[in-house]
Design a protein around this ligand. Sequence first.
Ligand code: NAP
Length: 304
Amino acid sequence: MYDTIIIGSGPAGLSAAVYAKRAELDFILIEKEYGGTGQIAESERVDNYLGLYGENGFDLGERFRSHAEALGTEFYEGEVSEISAENSGYKVTLADGTAFETKTIVYAAGASHRRLDIKGEAEFSGKGVSYCAVCDGAFCKGKTAAVIGGGDTALGDALYLSKAAEKVYLIHRRDTFRANRLLQKQVSEVSNIEIILNAVPLEITGEKRVEALRISRNGQEEALPVHSVFAAVGTIPNSGALKGIAELDANGYIIAGEDCVTSAKGIFAAGDVRTKALRQVITAAADGANSISSVQKYLTENRR
Ligand code: NAP
């Protein structure tokens, strides 16, 4: 039986691995896809991680991973399908049937891209519909792209795409952005970004790939000819495996404070998957540290 199993290899899980190794815990890290580093890999540039100004998101994720690897972290590729209480600990079962027993769990499964839920989205996914500007932006060279959303991701994506695309529509459903002010200022200064406010996407159309985006702007319908549509409408927590085990909030985030303690004894939630005010790489990494501190405390208090 392991001391702990870390689920997820984003900044929270990798940071937890570093702390777990230093605490000499017996553990494995389970990740959905081998070599993953979480959503950070999709950021073109990270300017707010202390000491690493201007680092490319992919490279930053690789640095985190190398750090956990250098300390000897054992990674296991697999998708967690079930977590159940067993032998005063937990059994973690993977989709392929493999199962592990552990005294505690650090659940750092992160969040996934929220879908637009409009007609044409699924049909043209990978054919002009994307959830990652850094991954697919190169296809927009000299073309017109639409970005949907009003948060940090949407504005960051619009800026990124504006460098290659001929024109970028930034479409937001309200009249104010929730993105930080610096991003708003930067976007307002780029001549090939056209901001469309009070507008919602209705349908993505085309023959073999995306050709147009139908929107409703102030109640009026119109079709924008676009080559690509980038959905940046937030994330949904990957908390499914803990449903019915730990308490979740109305949006599906695992309820836990800075100590990462959840309502389930011995399960600790770290990173974007837990309730928190600020979802950033630096707060995810901090969760990794705090979660292992809580694991150690729990193991000491529940020594058998
Ligand atoms: P977000 O902050 O949740 O923003 C999602 C945006 O999508 C909101 O503007 C929302 O509109 C809009 N939206 C949601 N559902 C929609 C729908 N069905 N149709 C149209 N629009 C829809 O998500 P995010 O931008 O991905 O950011 C997630 C977290 O990561 C945030 O905490 C953010 O600060 C952080 N982040 C930080 C950085 C950075 O620091 N460099 C970069 C990226 C992300 P409303 O505004 O009307 O709700």
